[in-house]
Ligand binder design. Structure first.
Ligand SMILES: [Zn+2]
Length: 83
C-alpha cells in the first residue's frame, strides 16, 4: 500500500505546488474511480482532496481511456497474433 500525503497529487505523486490544482467533488471522485477501473488501477480520490487539474484531466480523459482499452484488446505481441 502506498500512502499519499494530503499535499500530494494522487496521480503523479508530486507535491501540489506551483501547478494548478482542483478540489475533488463527488463527481470528480466518481470520475476517477471509473477511470481507475478502466485502467485497472487503484487510484482513489476523496471528496475535498486536491489534485493537479492537469493530471485529473489526463487521467479521466475518455479519449485516452479508450486508447488504453483498445491497446489492451489488441496488444500487438499478445492478443493480436492470429495466425
Ligand atoms: Zn499530478
Amino acid at each position: 500500500m502506498e500512502f499519499y500525503g494530503e499535499n500530494e497529487c494522487v496521480f503523479c505523486n508530486n507535491i501540489l505546488d506551483s501547478e494548478e490544482t482542483v478540489t475533488l467533488g463527488e463527481k470528480g471522485v466518481k470520475g476517477i474511480e471509473k477511470a481507475a477501473e478502466e485502467r485497472k488501477e487503484r487510484v482513489t480520490g476523496k471528496t475535498g482532496q486536491k489534485v493537479h487539474s492537469k493530471c485529473k484531466k489526463q487521467y479521466t480523459n475518455p479519449r485516452i481511456l479508450s486508447v488504453l482499452k483498445r491497446k489492451e484488446d489488441c496488444e500487438p505481441e499478445k492478443v493480436c497474433l492470429r495466425s
